[in-house]
Design a protein around this ligand. Structure first.
Ligand code: HEM
Length: 430
């Protein structure tokens, strides 16, 4: 029996998988931990041990395919992208060449721990007027959606400050969110073919906007743009136009989308535990430890890709050179070989911070500290100001947005007062 037959019924884009992916994760880990998915041609790697092993061997398991479109894009869509000069050469997550270390140093410098610590008052000051406005909507309309009111835009505003881009990036957030969503769907989704051109159009506009943003930068300018303009690659050459754009393109997606989705998931899950929610507002480590558990169990970046540089043996499977791997990050956090009762949210559990939500090794997410800080500050502040907030529908009725590598609630509808607050998952609160 081939390893495809041992675990039938994999559909990474089905509504059933989107709603509850955990049964499939369990079946894959149990019966076919390195599993060839005929639907996408990807090899699904689902155990903690195998995913960690792949991430720690970047010469054998290369990152080159990290940003490739999973769907075969239509010719008119490709033409539209080409007309905008759209290309994503190796820079950060998709870079297995010797230019990676230098580019990564720019980002790790901007996201260094002391700079992240200094963002706490910045996050708080951006958050306060948003909570005021949520409070007003709740008072006047009776309800509010925390995705549109908070989680979609806040990470973008924070990122602009951290990267020194505020005042330079003048696009309105609505438009950026549309560009961002279109890029995600185009590269990590399976959109119907008739949508390809429309999505390519939006991704191309986004690219052209970044082109204008990066083109005017000079060495010595503040923040990311100045650092990119001054940067020299190992051969002494400056970055090409498309390399500068590609860094910014990835940073927007990495810094905004993942963090916004993380916040939406955390707010949804926390609000579905009526006893837990008001406690997250206390001035202790509770919110941080609880958020860490959610990152383990339900990370916003559910998968990430690698490609084999040469034939390799992973578990008991022989992989050919060029095998496209889908590392199932979200499955690794529920691997019961590592985590006892993984479905239980148990803040402070053993090895609780060793999850792979941020990857590990050479490409480990340099934004992890910023993301963790945003989670803690947001959960604590919203809970402290609105301890009686509640979901207005059952947690399981909230629609999820799902792409190959991203999963998060589309909306987090809330009101004030006691009410729904469905507790459908174990509430092992602190
Ligand atoms: C909850 C939020 C986030 C999650 C779950 C997340 C997760 C990840 C993962 C899984 C990777 C790939 C690791 C690999 O290829 O081995 C990654 C890479 C990266 N992330 Fe994040 N990320 C988050 C937030 C952020 C933020 C806020 C930023 C920046 C402001 C950021 C910047 C990056 C960059 C630049 C890379 C590429 C690093 C490299 O290739 O050297 N991420 N992230």
């Amino acid at each position: 029996m081939s390893n495809t037959d041992r675990c039938p019924g994999v559909d990474l884009f089905s509504s059933e998988f989107l709603r509850d992916p955990y049964p499939l994760y369990g079946a894959l880990r149990e019966t076919s931990p390195v599993h060839r998915d005929p639907g996408t041609g990807l090899w699904l790697v689902s155990t903690y041990r195998d995913v960690r092993r792949v991430l720690l061997a970047p010469e054998l398991y290369r990152p080159d395919n990290a940003l490739d479109a999973v769907a075969r894009l239509s010719v008119p869509a490709l033409r539209r992208l080409a007309a905008a000069g759209f290309t994503l050469p190796p820079t950060l997550a998709n870079n297995g060449t010797d230019s990676h270390a230098g580019l990564r140093r720019i980002i790790t410098g901007l996201l260094a721990r002391d700079r992240v610590v200094a963002t706490v008052p910045v996050i708080e000051s951006l958050l306060a007027p948003r909570i005021d406005s949520i409070e007003r909507s709740l008072a006047t309309d009776g309800s509010c959606d925390l995705v549109t009111a908070l989680t979609r835009d806040l990470p973008f505003e924070v990122m602009l400050k951290v990267l020194g881009l505020e005042g330079k990036a003048d696009a309105d957030i609505e438009r950026l969110a549309r560009w961002n969503d279109a890029s995600l769907e185009l590269f990590w989704g399976m959109p119907p073919r008739e949508r390809h051109v429309e999505l390519a159009e939006l991704a191309a506009e986004f690219y052209q906007w970044l082109d204008e943003l990066t083109a005017g930068a000079r060495p010595g300018d503040a923040g990311l743009l100045g650092l990119l303009a001054a940067h020299r690659k190992p051969d002494g050459a400056p970055l090409r136009r498309e390399e500068r754009i590609a860094v910014c393109y990835f940073m927007v997606i990495a810094g905004q989308t993942t963090t916004g989705q993380m916040l939406a998931t955390m707010l949804l899950r926390a609000l579905s535990e009526p006893e837990l929610w008001p406690l997250l507002g206390r001035a202790d480590r509770r919110a941080a430890l609880w958020a860490e558990e959610l990152l383990r169990r339900e990370p916003p970046l559910t998968t990430w890709r690698r490609v084999t540089a040469r034939p390799a043996r992973l578990g008991d499977v022989e992989l050919p050179a060029g095998a496209q791997l889908l590392l199932m990050l979200a499955a690794t956090g529920s691997d019961d070989e590592v985590y006892d009762a993984p479905e239980t949210i148990r803040p402070g559990r053993p090895r609780g911070r060793e999850h792979l939500a941020f990857g590990i090794g050479r490409h480990r997410c340099p934004g992890a500290a910023l993301a963790r800080t945003e989670a803690e500050v947001v959960l604590r502040a919203v809970s402290a100001r609105l301890p009686d907030l509640r979901l207005t529908c059952a947690e399981e009725d909230v629609p999820m947005r799902g792409l190959l590598s991203f999963r998060a609630p589309v909306t987090v509808p809330v009101a004030r007062g006691t009410g729904v607050g469905h507790a459908s998952r174990p509430a092992d609160g602190p």
